[in-house]
Design a protein around this ligand. Structure first.
Ligand code: QV4
Ligand code: CA
Length: 512
């Protein structure tokens, strides 16, 4: 009994690890900076039909609007209030998107910025996305309302009021992250306002939250806030479902605060995953694909049931956040497709695919001078909508990695092999590897500088399969390579190192 009470106090009873994706769906896509109206269309015309499980959306609440730099993407990480109008659209558009995505089986996960409000230097006025007046200097945000006693400045003990040393857990939680006004989440009033904001979204029908900057919040404060959250809307989710929570904690293994401190509260973003996978596919530091036989917990990653995994995210694709130069992004499309393919084929973690916009990358001494640039926009700063080209790719600077055939087909692969074990591993002691997922799917990579010509045990029933990387099955026709699997499960794979995409994937539903 004592233990039970202790567990409840620690928040163990709140575990919110389940993404509630609908049957036959699994992967999440981050439609970074997309407008709500475009996401609604994308759910209906693409994500629903192609088996996507959910969308991570950009922060939906009121944020600062900046002139210099001009409308950076990161202005949305500087809240002004919890009103639901943002660069992505109005509350009505948000509500319409949630409804339309839910109606086609695609969940919405909200990026919740609850550690802070805008930067201390944010000034005074109505340069905010709903036009609410605020005064950052006085810490006055009447549209919430928050005022100076709702912030942590009295608790923070650094001279500058900023986090100066990540080795000191008190600074990291109680001081300002890059000058962002740090909320006093120990206060009942502040917790109540944050929970009210999150509950308004839950009631509208979202399935959960990516919680921003969790390293900068005490697990106990988060436990209290999560404990106040409503169950999901029963119009789309079964009764008693708790919102999915995945928490941004950057833990590459050498800081005072570890991801582990947050596992009992929900899942956590596993930043080691993309950093290591990038190193492996780039073949840096002597890494080889063959070493990934025990990929996952075997590589020192967090427990499978606690992890959200990704190859890159909106920060580290442009040098913010963590991971450094090894991160593989759309700027390296060939490697990116392979790395994302590997992630989606592998059973570890809940997988998130990045969907980006292009910007004028300009790297000087390792630093991108244009890392601030916002989404494709009109002259007045409003975000452009996402046009779809006849070949199904996106126009106007939207990259839409999730629409690339190879990635889209691997999202489907992940659904088809869901629940099957990692099996039939093969490698050449170098950068050619293959593995299956029970008898439902098999994938083969050649990341060496020479041709691959092997016969492997796939574990699949005999027949002719369509490779979903070089093409796909359309009706009963295969537009890509065909793979013959014998009645003994063995198949011959020939992959040239100069192929456009040097990997092959087959699954139960790509059988001809
Ligand atoms: C600057 C200086 C300050 C100075 C201040 C003066 O850095 O020292 O005091 O000016 O006004 C932007 C600017 C930043 C500026 C700050 C405040 O880049 O230079 O401070 O605004 O005006 C995003 C961006 C940040 C951006 C922030 C707010 O990445 O560059 O800051 O939004 O607009 C750590 C954290 C982790 C975090 C990661 C980036 O542990 O939690 O850094 N990741 C999340 C988000 C990320 C977001 C935030 C957290 C903050 O994924 O996108 O930061 O919400 O690892
Ligand atoms: Ca804090």
């Amino acid at each position: 009994m004592k233990l039970f009470i202790l567990a409840a106090l620690l928040g163990l009873g709140l575990a919110q690890h389940n993404p509630h994706t609908k049957p036959g769906r699994s992967a999440i896509v981050h439609l970074f900076e997309w407008r709500w109206a475009d996401i609604a269309d994308e759910c209906e015309r693409f994500l629903g039909p192609n088996g996507f499980g959910g969308v991570q959306i950009s922060p939906p609440n009121e944020h600062i609007v900046l002139e210099s730099p001009w409308r950076p993407w990161w202005q949305r990480y500087q809240p002004i209030s919890y009103k639901l109008c943002s660069r992505s659209g109005t509350e009505e558009e948000l509500r319409d998107m949630i409804r339309r995505c839910n109606n086609v089986g695609v969940n919405i996960y909200v990026d919740a910025v609850i550690n802070h409000m805008c930067g201390a230097g944010g000034g005074e006025g109505t340069h905010s996305s709903c036009g609410s007046w605020f005064n950052a200097g006085n810490k006055d945000f009447p549209s919430v309302p928050f005022s100076s006693w709702d912030f942590n400045d009295n608790k923070c003990r650094t001279g500058s009021g900023e986090i100066e040393n990540y080795g000191d857990i008190y600074q990291v939680r109680d001081c300002r992250l890059v000058s962002l006004l740090d909320l006093a989440l120990e206060k009942d009033y502040v917790r109540g306002k944050v929970a009210e904001f999150m509950n308004s979204l839950i009631d509208m029908g979202v399935a959960g939250f990516r919680v921003d900057a969790c390293k900068h919040m005490w697990p106990g404060d988060l436990a209290d806030i999560y404990g106040r959250l409503h169950d999901l809307n029963t119009k789309w989710f079964s009764g008693g479902s708790k919102p999915f929570i995945f928490q941004e904690v950057i833990d590459l293994g050498h800081e005072a605060i570890s991801a582990r401190e947050y596992f009992h509260l929900g899942r956590v973003t596993e930043f080691k995953y993309g950093a290591k996978l990038g190193t492996v596919f780039r073949r840096w530091h002597g890494e080889k694909l063959s070493y990934t036989r025990n990929w996952g917990e075997g590589w020192g990653f967090m427990p499978h049931g606690d992890a959200v995994v990704f190859v890159d995210n909106h920060d580290n694709q442009r040098g913010h956040g963590a991971g450094g130069a090894s991160i593989v992004t759309f700027w390296d499309p060939r490697l990116h497709k392979m790395a994302v393919g590997y992630m989606l084929a592998h059973p570890y973690g809940v997988a998130r695919v990045m969907s980006s916009f292009r910007w004028n990358r300009h790297i000087v001494n390792g630093k991108d001078q244009n890392d601030w640039m916002g989404p494709p926009s009109h002259k007045d700063g409003s975000t452009k909508s996402v046009p779809i080209n006849p070949d199904q790719t996106c126009g106007d600077g939207w990259v839409c990695e999730h629409r690339w055939r190879q990635i889209k087909n691997m999202v489907i692969f992940r659904n088809v092999v869901d629940g099957q074990p990692h099996s039939n591993w093969w490698d050449n002691n170098s950068n050619q590897v293959a593995f299956g997922r029970g008898n439902r799917g098999f994938i083969v990579f050649n990341n060496d500088d020479w041709e691959m010509d092997v016969t492997l045990n796939t574990g699949m029933p005999g027949g002719t399969y369509c490779d979903v990387i070089s093409g796909q099955k359309e009706g009963n026709v295969c537009t890509g390579k065909q793979i013959q699997v014998g009645d003994d499960g063995r198949a011959h794979f020939n992959i040239s190192n100069t192929d456009e995409d040097p990997f092959v994937a087959i699954h139960a539903e790509s059988k001809l």
